[in-house]
Design a protein around this ligand. Structure first.
Ligand code: HEM
Length: 412
């Protein structure tokens, strides 16, 4: 209460003592209530780190773009061991990420920390592909630009916790990094053990997982750019074409359908706001007209410019068709603030997929609802004359056997 309001209450007491008492009583009640709620709020606050006056999670909400405040309080949960996981027996998760009706949206869901990296009995096959690719094309396929160096080492530190805990029969934690118990590879990357001739940390990370990955970093305008990554098995896009690009150009340069109308704004907001404790996943799918996981040769040579579905030969038989589906994850690293984007590809022949109950009809329905721009992007005209009769026949066989009422099971 300031001196002016105190003077006016004395005045009021003299002129109208009854009203003045009421005003005074009201003031006291408001003061007590406000003080009570303030004290509750104070006791809820997280203890700030040394030298920082407020919790970093909160500070980062109002950060100056491009100036992430390291969050030393956040710890990625350590996952339990994957029960009975075996490099020979554990089968890939059968993501069947298509609905009867196709829709363009971000399609993100919360991710369970335990599932950050999904490894299975295709690990060795993926690993061999990765090593061959690096031998053949070298740094075209992986890069760590200087501003992303700390972020990639931070990613490795996170893997150092995650991988040996989740897959203890494949990785062993060492002071210097991780040992691979199956291949005998020794990955040295922890601080204090790195040498002059250290390999690119993005390559080290890529050798341990089945995924490709990209590191996205925020600039002073709040725009995210691709600053590091290892894109070894992406099938139809090249790291060297997209390195250093902002998120929007990565997508528009690839003619992603309705990117500006339906995705751009939501994605940009999502990147700025994503908190460290809220990782997400999304799935997609494509049809490929050859069986090459690392690079889809049917669209053209990886060494050439001006390639795409428009340079592909039309498919002639169902056996050459493959189902390619990605499971992507996005999480923010607490110290650097960089966002890690992982892309795990699942790849199998359409003929195998079409054996699964209800799948031929669902896939056929989904593809039949693609708009013209989605058809262009996914190369529909290069395989529709083969895939439509093939899936129709398989669907009818299943329906004749009574398989007609599928429950919605997306994304599996
Ligand atoms: C919320 C995050 C994201 C969403 C919702 C999203 C969405 C999409 C969509 C809808 C497509 C078309 C194919 C598909 O259906 O998946 C696509 C393609 C693509 N996205 Fe993303 N994306 C995200 C993050 C990223 C990030 C962080 C990168 C960084 C490398 C990236 C790189 C690409 C590339 C390279 C393509 C292929 C473009 C081409 O054909 O050249 N995306 N994305």
């Amino acid at each position: 209460m300031n001196s002016t309001s105190a003077t006016s209450i004395v005045q009021l007491l003299k002129e109208n003592p009854q009203n003045a008492k009421l005003v005074l009583l009201g003031g006291i009640i408001i003061f007590v209530v406000v003080t009570f709620f303030q004290s509750i709020n104070k006791s809820r606050k997280v203890k700030p780190a040394i030298g920082i006056t407020e919790p970093t999670a909160k500070l980062n909400k109002n950060r100056k773009f491009g100036h992430w405040i390291p969050d030393y309080e956040f710890q990625t949960p350590i996952p339990p061991a994957f029960e009975n996981w075996s490099i020979k027996e554990t089968r890939p998760i059968p993501y069947r990420a298509f609905k009867h009706k196709y829709a363009i949206n971000m399609g993100i869901r919360n991710m369970e920390w335990d599932s950050w990296f999904e490894l299975d009995n295709e690990w060795e096959k993926f690993h061999i592909h990765k090593l061959e690719r690096v031998e053949e094309r070298g740094t075209e396929l992986y890069q760590t630009l200087p501003p992303a160096r700390d972020a990639v080492y931070e990613l490795l530190d996170e893997m150092w916790q995650y991988l040996p805990n989740r897959y203890p029969t494949l990785f062993k934690q060492k002071e210097y990094g991780l040992d691979n118990l199956v291949t005998g590879e020794v990955h040295v990357f922890k601080e204090g053990f790195r040498t002059e001739k250290q390999e690119d940390p993005a390559l080290t990370a890529a050798k341990m997982i089945q995924d490709d990955f990209a590191i996205m970093m925020e600039n002073e305008e709040g725009v995210y750019h691709l600053k590091a990554g290892a894109i070894l098995l992406a099938g139809f896009w090249r790291l060297k074409d997209k390195l250093n690009m902002p998120l929007s150009m990565i997508h528009t340069s690839g003619d992603v359908p309705k990117y500006n109308e339906k995705l751009k704004s939501g994605m940009e907001k999502f990147f700025i706001r994503q908190p460290c404790d809220k990782p997400v996943v999304r799935n997609n799918y494509f049809i490929q007209t050859d069986d090459h996981l690392p690079w889809s040769t049917s669209i053209g040579s990886e060494s050439e410019e001006g390639i795409g579905w428009y340079t592909a030969e039309p498919a002639t038989h169902a056996e050459q068709l493959y189902f390619r589906s990605e499971r992507q994850s996005l999480r923010r690293l607490p110290k650097s603030g960089a966002i890690v984007f992982t892309v795990r590809t699942y790849f199998l022949p359409i003929a195998e997929l079409a054996q699964e109950p209800y799948i031929p009809r669902r896939l056929l329905n989904g593809m039949s609802t693609w708009d013209t721009d989605v058809q262009e992007y996914k190369g529909w005209h290069k395989y529709k004359d083969v895939i439509v009769p093939y899936l129709e026949e398989k669907a009818r066989e299943q329906e004749a056997n009574g398989l007609v009422q599928e429950k919605e099971v997306y994304p599996f």
